[in-house]
Every structure is written in structure tokens, then in C-alpha cells.
Write a protein that binds this ligand. Structure first.
Ligand code: AMP
Length: 142
């Protein structure tokens, strides 16, 4: 497996070199909205530690990502009026991974509404800002 590339786009977001629509942060995890959401509230949950994917992440960091994923899934259900949540995580190109810093997709789902195709449409910044505000406020309150 190739080694971790510190210049991947999520590493730049983690270092504050690129912006994101942040929804959650703790000492081990950062979560922000996907800019091409497959459904409203589509969130990416990342370890702060430099991990390429499931194969090189430490178990403590993986546990922290799992904890945050559960919290965001539960809160996202309420905030976006969802009936379910799809959770996805891809490993290496053959596994569907495009950005090589581990991330978990948390996608609130409404019954009978299919997900948009992956990376198909960039959401308007104002919609992302509004959704990030709602989700982060609910996460802080909960
Ligand atoms: P994958 O590696 O297959 O899980 O796909 C990477 C995901 O990151 C896709 O859903 C993209 O829409 C998303 N993405 C790419 N660049 C950004 C960015 N700058 N901010 C937020 N999401 C992004």
C-alpha cells in the first residue's frame, strides 16, 4: 500500500490551509459536510491522525471516529428529518476511495429518495453553511 500523502486535500483542511463547513471537532476527530452531498446533511468524519485508510489507522483513532460517526448519524436523523442513515467508508482506489485520508460518509436518508450519484453536483455554499450551522448547533446541544 502506498504511504500517507500529507498533501491530500483532507490533510490541507485539517491543517486549516483549505476551508470546510465544519460540523464537529474533538481532540481526535474533525467532521465537515461533503461539498458534493449525495443527500442533505452528507457529512465526512475524519481522524486528525494521518491515516490513509482502514489499513493504517490506529485502533484508538478508529474508535474515536466510530464514536463521532454514531453521534453525527443520530443527530443527522433529527436535523434533516431522515428515516435512516447510510454509512460508507472506502479503502484504496479499487474499494472506491478517491481522497486518501480515512473518512466515513454519514448520509441521512429519506424513505424512497435515492442518493445522488457520488461526486455529481457541487452544493451551493449557502446551503452547506446553513446545514452545517443546524447540524453543529444540534450536536453541541446534544
Ligand atoms: P471517497 O474518497 O470516495 O470517499 O470520496 C471523497 C469524497 O470527498 C467525495 O464524496 C467528495 O465529494 C468529497 N470531497 C472532495 N473534496 C472535498 C472538499 N474540499 N470538502 C468536502 N468534501 C470533499
Amino acid at each position: 500500500m502506498p504511504s500517507y500523502d500529507p498533501n491530500n486535500i483532507f490533510a490541507k483542511i485539517l491543517r486549516g490551509e483549505l476551508p470546510c463547513h465544519k460540523v464537529y471537532e474533538d481532540d481526535k476527530v474533525l467532521a465537515f459536510l461533503d461539498i458534493m452531498p449525495r443527500a442533505p446533511g452528507h457529512t465526512l468524519v475524519l481522524p486528525k491522525a494521518p491515516a490513509r485508510n482502514i489499513f493504517d489507522i490506529g485502533t484508538d483513532d478508529l474508535a474515536a471516529v466510530a464514536r463521532a460517526t454514531q453521534k453525527i448519524a443520530k443527530t443527522g436523523m433529527q436535523v434533516f428529518g431522515a428515516d435512516g442513515v447510510t454509512i460508507q467508508q472506502f479503502n484504496e482506489g479499487a474499494g472506491g476511495q478517491v481522497v486518501f485520508h480515512l473518512h466515513v460518509h454519514v448520509i441521512p436518508r429519506k424513505a424512497g429518495v435515492p442518493m445522488k450519484p457520488a461526486a455529481s453536483e457541487k452544493e451551493k455554499p449557502e446551503v452547506l453553511s446553513d446545514n452545517a450551522l443546524k447540524l453543529s448547533a444540534a450536536l453541541k446541544a446534544g
